[in-house]
Ligand binder design. Structure first.
Ligand code: C2E
Ligand code: MG
Ligand code: MG
Length: 670
């Protein structure tokens, strides 16, 4: 800049000279001040510009970090932006291992000239170092940025040779943290010295904060996904994840030569433990069972490499599933089931008590017959229910035959439910006669029939067992009792009580489950009151099965109903345990000799048994009904042996209410 000169007169005196001197100094001062002011303004402008560029860079990184959930994407953009901004040749990202001991490149990098940097990029993109080792290892150890001004000087720098080839001389590396945790490291390399480290530090630290946010978000998302797919208590895959793995495994079946197997495991007695010790004990047991299963599965996988890879999942309260993928050896799957039973055998401590929870295991193997994996799962479930029905600690592998049996039973159960709802049952009545005088009709045994919508009229043999197994017998039995008593009441009303004559009775079969219901006696009482049947005209037939389940309770119930005058019969005597102690201790009025003895009455052995039963009954003061009299000869032999009562096809077959009760009129009319 050019400066103006002040005019100085030669003729000036001393005073003038002083003035001139002062003006000159003043002038110099002003010049200096102006130059300083200009320099300050220039620097300010430059800094303003630089900070604006830096802000723009940060803004781009932040915007991208906000848009993307993919950490690798955000990293690669950030590396590129920073390198371009700084004029650096290479940027590389590395992730810290979960335990914080190593740092490994994640193959996310930027190179301004990849060809020239090839060897260095190769050495860097898969680098993995321990804490303290090389540049990233030092950042991991010290948790602060590191600078290298001259790579050639630093003997500890691992990629020195490659850096020299690429003519890289300077480097810096920075930690990326989430709060206090170091989760990743970014490193940069340049062929020029890195100057103005303060500005670099500021720019990259702020960028690293943005990158940390993305990792944090990524982690939160991973946690959410993990939680949605895993059981919180045991940490095992849950039903959702299992279903997905099953579908994947089933899809792969199309191309694979191996199969898959599903194993459904249900703990036995878990509910009882939960009820007795509380939920915390149940939870502890589940966690312990999980731990043991995992150990057994790991040992199994190691010992049986051909048996496939196993996924253990918890799919319900005490229900686990193992998916075995690529199974080449089916027998091995059963061996795994045995190992799972074995590990459960050792008792677990619960509240100072030792409890052992067994398991029931069902297995199903893939085959061409399956259209989807849900079908395999359903069959494994079926097999598990069969195992459970067979007792604790069993394994059942699904077969087609088993499938048919179980499906038929399930269909029958479904039909039975509909039958109850739609009132498809009816009662037949078989007359029971006094043999000694005539014979004369004393009463009827009510026998259930099912008017099935497609299969026609069914005998109890076709459905009573299924009704008992499903528990539906309780509802059916209640209906039988009510129906039998109301029919008898109608009969009583019709015939009226003739002088001296006894009213006919009805004998109702009661299943063990029905008899042992807590309120069974009250139910009987209610029906008697509602129908107005005299108690001594009602007989209840039970088999020994009920006494075997709970003989003390059986005695109490029998006593209670007998106290009102109801009669009790022990049905099918001679076929079960026929324990004499039951007979002695249980209050029965009547013994019914099973028809198998009557059928073989020509055989002296059967006759001996019948004679023994008749003696026993007479000693215990019980009356006897012989069942299944099919011929006149059988009837005659029984009369000769002193048997008091009888029923059978020879005397009268079971008939519907109208026909059966018409027999009474015939008898009355002679
Ligand atoms: P049960 O109580 O011993 O009934 C006698 C069975 O023997 C009846 O079969 C009857 O039809 C049959 N029977 C009677 N006389 C003869 C004969 O001379 N020869 C032959 N071969 N059979 C004869 P049903 O009606 O098929 O009943 C079978 C079993 O089903 C009954 O045996 C009883 O245990 C059960 N049951 C029948 N109705 C009910 C019921 O309402 N509830 C329960 N829980 N069980 C019932
Ligand atoms: Mg009976
Ligand atoms: Mg019987």
């Amino acid at each position: 800049m050019k400066h103006a000169q002040f005019p100085i007169r030669e003729a000036a005196g001393d005073a003038d000279a002083v003035l001139v001197d002062r003006l000159r100094r003043q002038l110099q001062q002003e010049r200096r001040a102006r130059r300083d002011a200009e320099a300050v303004a220039e620097r300010g402008l430059r800094e303003l510009y630089e900070s604006q560029v830096r802000l723009a860079l940060l803004q781009r990184i932040t915007d991208f970090a906000n848009q993307s959930n993919d950490f690798a994407d955000v990293l690669s953009v950030a590396l590129k932006e920073i390198c371009l901004h700084m004029g650096w040749e290479f940027g590389n990202a590395m992730r810290v291992s979960d335990n914080g001991s190593t740092v490994t490149a994640c193959d996310t990098w930027f190179a301004s000239d990849p060809e020239r940097l090839f060897a260095f990029v190769e050495a860097s993109r898969r680098l993995s170092v321990e804490r303290g080792e090389g540049l990233p290892g030092r950042v991991l150890r010290d948790n602060h940025p590191h600078w290298i001004d001259d790579i050639g000087e630093e003997g500890w720098f691992l990629r020195r040779a490659e850096a020299a080839d690429a003519r890289l001389i300077s480097a810096c590396a920075f930690p990326i943290c989430i709060r206090d945790e170091l989760v990743a490291i970014i490193e940069f390399f340049s062929s020029k010295p890195m100057v103005d480290k303060d500005a670099i530090l500021l720019t990259i630290t702020q960028s690293a904060t943005q990158l940390g946010r993305v990792i944090e978000r990524e982690r939160a998302r991973a946690t959410l996904i993990h939680d949605a797919l895993h059981d919180a208590m045991t940490g095992l895959p849950n039903r959702v994840l299992l279903d997905e793995r099953c579908r994947e495994a089933f899809r792969r079946l199309g191309t694979a030569s191996t199969g898959i197997a599903l194993m459904v495991i249900d703990l036995d007695g878990f509910k009882a433990i939960n009820d007795k010790y509380g939920h915390h004990a149940g939870d502890a047991l589940l966690v312990e069972a999980t731990r043991r299963f995992q150990a057994a599965i790991a040992a199994f996988e190691q010992a049986n490499p051909r048996a496939g890879h196993a996924t253990l999942a918890r799919v319900g309260g005490d229900e686990f599933v193992v998916l075995l993928d690529s199974v080449a050896d089916c027998a091995a799957v059963e061996r795994l089931a045995e190992m799972l039973h074995d590990v459960l055998r050792a008792p677990t401590w619960v509240d100072n008590d030792q409890v052992a929870a067994g398991a029931s295991i069902g297995i199903a193997h893939s085959s061409d017959a399956y259209d989807d994996v849900e079908q395999i799962r359903r069959d494994a479930d079926l097999a598990m229910y069969e195992a459970k029905a067979a007792g604790s600690g069993r394994t059942v592998t699904f077969t087609d035959a088993l499938g048919t049996t179980v499906r038929n039973r399930m269909a029958l159960e479904r039909d039975l439910r509909e039958a109850i709802r739609d009132k498809q049952f009816l009662l037949y009545y078989q007359p029971i006669f006094s043999l000694s005088d005539g014979p004369s009709l004393m009463g009827y045994e009510a026998l259930i029939r099912w008017q099935h919508p497609t299969r026609g009229l069914l005998d109890p043999g076709a459905f009573i067992e299924a009704a008992e197994e499903s528990g539906l017998i309780v509802f059916i039995g209640d209906w039988v009792l009510r129906q039998g008593c109301s029919a008898l009441a109608r009969l009583h009303k019709r015939i009226g009580r003739k002088d001296g004559s006894t009213l006919p009775f009805v004998s109702i079969n009661i299943a063990p489950q029905q008899f042992l219901q807590p309120n069974f006696a009250q139910q009987v009482q209610r029906v008697l009151i509602e129908t107005d049947v005299p108690p001594d005209c009602l007989r209840l037939e039970v088999t020994e099965g009920v006494a075997i389940i709970d003989s003390e309770r059986t005695r109490q119930v029998l006593e209670e109903i007998r106290a009102w005058g109801v009669r009790t019969s022990l049905d099918d005597f001679g076929t079960g345990y026929s324990s004499l102690s039951y007979l002695q201790n249980l209050p029965f009025d009547t013994l019914k000799i099973d028809r198998s003895f009557v059928a073989s009455i020509d055989d002296p052995k059967s006759r001996n048994i019948i004679r023994a039963i008749l003696d026993l009954a007479s000693n215990l003061n019980l009356s006897v009904v012989a069942e299944g009299i099919e011929s006149q000869a059988q009837g005659r032999t029984l009369i000769e042996m002193g048997c008091e009562y009888g029923q059978g096809f020879h005397l009268g077959i079971p008939l519907d209410e109208k026909s059966a009760f018409a027999l009474i009129d015939q008898q009355h009319t002679g």
